[in-house]
Design a protein around this ligand. Structure first.
Ligand code: ADP
Length: 221
């Protein structure tokens, strides 16, 4: 199995801005767990958006599952995106759906019958501590509850790659450890994981690679 993510000399600049990435290269191998670190504004969210193909690099190559993303379009793009689960910093839950429905949504859009996935959605919601919030809608959830719902939604399809942008930013340390364990368990089952965080305490709990983002470059260490 080749790399899941491969950046080769990637440059990224927003219109009118200075380069955020400037010749950044790194590889995330299949089955690897890596933290993406760096000061606020270093470009962690931008890098995650490049991996999820929400934006394209200004220069260089972003390859996913061995494919150059510049050459992927249409159904292939949908297929590649479906191999990823993303935990957004701002959660992006749908306010008109219940917590249960939000987490089940990726299965629904794949055409699964509700009866076939109900137990797994319920189990996962129990596991992340939202067993008693399944029927609540996001506007009444706390920040930490929204975060747990967002994580559950990202992993419910057992994706090949999980991307998470500060996934434990809104929860207390014991819960952060518990959520991190969910990523670790997924990783043990073969999922590749990339977690952007500046939380040193969190990183110290997992024996994972660290990719440091600074001055537009990525340094492994
Ligand atoms: P981090 O996640 O490490 O805090 P970001 O990727 O959010 O870093 O931001 C990197 C830089 O790019 C920052 O200087 C930020 O202001 C800028 N930036 C991020 N998103 C945009 C955007 N949509 N348009 C213009 N500039 C942006």
């Amino acid at each position: 199995m080749g790399p899941v993510v491969e950046f080769d000399e990637v440059g990224m600049r927003y219109a009118g801005g200075t380069p955020v990435l400037d010749g950044a290269s790194f590889v995330l191998e299949a089955g690897e767990f890596a933290f993406l670190t760096g000061p606020s504004g270093a470009g962690k969210t931008t890098l995650i958006r490049l991996v999820m193909m929400a934006t394209r690099p200004t220069s260089g190559t972003v390859a996913l599952f061995g494919r150059d993303t510049a050459a992927v379009a249409g159904d292939d793009l949908t297929d590649l995106r479906r191999r990823m689960g993303v935990v957004f910093q701002d959660f992006r839950l749908l306010d008109h759906l219940t917590t249960y429905e939000n987490v089940a949504l990726p299965l629904r859009v794949r055409g699964r019958e509700e009866a076939s996935y109900r137990p797994e959605v319920r189990d996962l919601l129990q596991w992340v501590g939202l067993g008693d919030r399944m029927d609540a809608r996001p506007p009444v959830l706390s920040g930490g509850e929204k975060q747990r719902a967002a994580i559950a939604r990202a992993v419910i399809t057992r994706p090949d790659l999980v991307l998470a942008d500060e996934p434990t930013g809104n929860v207390d340390p014991p819960l952060a450890r518990r959520l991190l364990r969910l990523f670790v368990e997924l990783n043990r089952m073969g999922t590749s994981v990339l977690v952007a965080t500046h939380d040193e305490g969190l990183m110290d709990q997992v024996d994972a690679a660290r990719l440091h983002l600074r001055d537009g470059l990525i340094r492994a260490g």
